[in-house]
Design a protein around this ligand. Structure first.
Ligand SMILES: C[S@@+](CC[C@H](N)C(=O)[O-])C[C@H]1O[C@@H](n2cnc3c(N)ncnc32)[C@H](O)[C@@H]1O
Length: 232
């Protein structure tokens, strides 16, 4: 861990690379603290406040922080979401990675008073991404960029959100589900992922033969629309 960089997984490297240079970042659900350690070592953040609801992960983070020699730049706090963050901390950004989409959205909601003054949200929800995209919008932010990546057979979405509403009249429900950014940027990794999902759902449809399943057919139509939009 000593030296200028930390060995991160592809997912955590992408989360870290999304954080913009800042004075203070928050890492909620920091667990091991690896992203925070890399951020201060690489001088992307002057300071990181690492928060976790459980003592075990926080102790592990403390050991890693000490070992990396960055104790002066990392503040560790036992906290449910934003609970132990105050305006006096003057945070610029927040990272919430590796949690379910609903939990990520509810943490953001619970920290509204802090969130409204942040200049960046870096979010990597592991399920129900559409709930997080909708919450980002509800909190007055919009998705500036989004990364799609696969690692060891799993796929991940990393949301980079900034303050301000997107100037558009698009079908929000559809794009919350399927990512306006990844469609518009014609992300080929994402297209492959959508094609595989389409194959899977068409396989289900074939297996139930003549039985008409409205939800399944609706899903297939939506996935075909995503492919068409990417290919446009
Ligand atoms: C799966 S780990 C993800 C760790 C790391 N962020 C990553 O992406 O690898 C989730 C962490 O979030 C913590 N956690 C869960 N709910 C939380 C909450 N409401 N507030 C703060 N931390 C929370 C857990 O204790 C755990 O350490």
């Amino acid at each position: 861990m000593k030296g200028s960089s930390v060995n991160l997984s592809k997912r955590l490297e992408a989360v870290k690379d999304t954080v913009k240079p800042c004075d203070v970042s928050l890492d909620i659900g920091c667990d091991h603290g690896y992203v925070s350690i890399a951020l201060v070592k690489e001088k992307v953040a002057g300071k990181v406040i690492c928060l976790d609801i459980n003592e075990g992960p926080l102790k592990a983070a403390q050991r890693n922080v000490c070992e990396a020699g960055v104790s002066d730049s990392i503040d560790l706090r036992l906290s449910d979401g934003f609970e132990k963050v105050t305006a006096d901390d003057k945070p610029d950004s927040v990272i919430i990675a590796g949690m379910g989409g609903r939990l990520t959205a509810s943490i953001l909601d619970g920290g509204k008073d802090i969130v409204k003054n942040l200049s960046q949200l870096v979010l990597e929800p592991q399920s129900e991404i559409e709930v997080v995209r909708a919450k980002v919008r509800e909190l007055g932010f919009h998705i500036e960029k989004e990364k799609f990546l696969t690692e060891r057979g799993k796929f991940y979405f990393i949301i980079d959100a900034v303050p301000g509403r997107a100037n558009s009249t698009w079908d929000e429900e559809f794009y919350d589900k399927y990512s306006k950014y990844l469609i518009e940027t014609k992300d080929m990794g994402y297209k492959e992922y959508v094609l595989k999902s389409l194959e899977k759902f068409e396989g289900y449809q074939r297996s139930i033969k003549d039985v008409k399943n409205g939800d399944l057919m609706g899903k297939i139509e939506e996935l075909k629309k995503v492919i068409d939009l990417i290919e446009k």
